[in-house]
Design a protein. Structure first.
Length: 255
């Protein structure tokens, strides 16, 4: 009986957490709408609420407002503070890109990402690796992959001649779904079943290009087609790819 009670309690807590995450995303979306209506004060208020609840995109947008002075007093220190919080939020890493490209000097950027990497935060290792070559670069991309930023394995796979598939599998296993798509395309002419499995994993997890690739395969567009033509499935996958990203919507003959 006690065990059943614990399970029920855990499920309730998980449901409350899911609702909380959904609510914070809605707060962020409301902030985006306010920003588009040029209501920068309201946008700042909503982005701050999202950021206070560790929603990285909220921190990124709030940092941008402090950088531009829209809706809040222009403040470079606060801008960088919120970009840094966005960078380490695990929700969205755009703050890292902004810090590296324009908010920090090269020396400040190197120091910031070195500290992150030393604390085994993968995104820090990833940005350090971008400025290096050879063995040191490879080690840092791999460390990034092993510490929460699997894109490091994908970038390393593109740069190395050996272990490409092993690195892509590692990233796919860590739920970096573009890596699953790359594997799906690799296996198209080698192992049809495996190709479909990888592409389905990507598509089922909202990687638009995985859905787009499946659409092309079932429509018979692929040169190395490994499935029977099925226009119904092709339409289903192209519809989903278009819903996820307008750049990958259906060809006219599949609409």
């Amino acid at each position: 009986m006690k065990k059943i009670f614990l399970i029920i309690s855990l499920l309730i807590n998980m449901s409350v957490f899911a609702d909380s995450v959904k609510n914070i995303k809605n707060v962020y979306k409301a902030g985006v709408l306010a920003y588009r209506e040029d209501d920068y004060k309201e946008a700042a208020k909503l982005f701050k609420e999202a950021c206070d609840n560790n929603y990285g995109l909220g921190c990124l947008k709030l940092g941008s407002l402090y950088e531009s002075g829209n809706g809040v007093a222009k403040n470079k220190v606060k801008s960088i503070k919120f970009y840094k919080k966005s960078c380490t939020s695990n929700e969205n890493y755009s703050g890292c890109y902004t810090l590296n490209k324009k908010a920090l000097t090269k020396e400040e950027s190197r120091k910031f990402f070195t500290n992150l990497c030393n604390d085994n935060i993968g995104i820090g290792c990833f940005y350090l690796a971008k400025s290096l070559k050879g063995k040191e670069m490879a080690e840092l991309y791999l460390k990034a992959c092993d510490n929460g930023y699997p894109k490091g394995c994908v970038v390393l796979a593109k740069k190395k001649k050996q272990n490409k598939i092993k690195l892509l599998n590692k990233a796919c296993d860590k739920n970096y779904f573009p890596a699953c798509r790359f594997l799906g395309k690799f296996y198209t002419s080698k192992n049809c079943k495996l190709s479909i499995e990888y592409l389905m994993k990507g598509c089922n997890n909202n990687d638009a290009l995985s859905c787009f690739a499946l659409s092309g395969m079932y429509a018979g567009y692929s040169h190395n087609n490994c499935v029977d033509k099925d226009i119904v499935k092709a339409r289903e996958f192209c519809k989903k790819s278009g819903q996820l990203n307008n750049d990958y919507s259906c060809n006219s003959d599949l609409e």
